[in-house]
Design a protein around this ligand. Sequence first.
Ligand SMILES: Cc1cc2nc3c(=O)[nH]c(=O)nc-3n(C[C@H](O)[C@H](O)[C@H](O)COP(=O)(O)O)c2cc1C
Length: 192
Amino acid sequence: MRAICIIGSPTGTGSTALLVDSSIAGMQASGISVERYVLGELHINYCRGCRTCETERACVQRDDMDHLLRGILAADIVLLASPSYWGDVTGQMKVFIDRSLPLCNAKASETPVPPHKIGVAVAVRAGRSLAENQHIVDTFAHYFGHLGIRMVASLTTEGVNTPEDMQRQQAKLEEAYQLGWSLSRLYAENVS
Ligand SMILES: Cc1cc2nc3c(=O)[nH]c(=O)nc-3n(C[C@H](O)[C@H](O)[C@H](O)COP(=O)(O)O)c2cc1C
């Protein structure tokens, strides 16, 4: 079983990455092979809005998005994570979502993404209320819906402004690990 984990933070050592890495540890312990990407470390251009991908199912631009789209097509499990920036996903994550249009079912009514994949949404924020993170989870649910990916779980963390804050939330890190561990079972249930 294969998973692709896409972290929408500028950094691979921040609080979002820490939380996702705990889930990755759980996935790997259950035998899942994991690819981990940090959007801030990749080169991904803005969507140009040319709509070529709606007929060609491929973007006219060649950059790191090629690799991510191939990774989504190959994975059984897709995990998307973002810290809250101004109450929403990061700019990096928004560009990734826009550039996923070659896989979207909106125009051609079907997606090239093979069936039975499952999705997981992760959101992290400094503020205390859930509502803002729920907005991020809803954005990921919308994304998964247009790729025919069944979102089976979400994980949010509030009150986390730094990696040190995240380290202090040991119960949340353990929850992330257990979520990672449970994904092979959730995948099997989704296929059957
Ligand atoms: C540009 C920017 C905007 C932010 N906006 C919000 C916000 O609207 N609400 C919030 O709760 N936290 C906000 N934060 C705090 C981050 O969500 C928080 O620091 C998070 O833990 C960063 O995750 P990272 O270390 O993975 O990048 C913002 C941080 C930055 C840098």
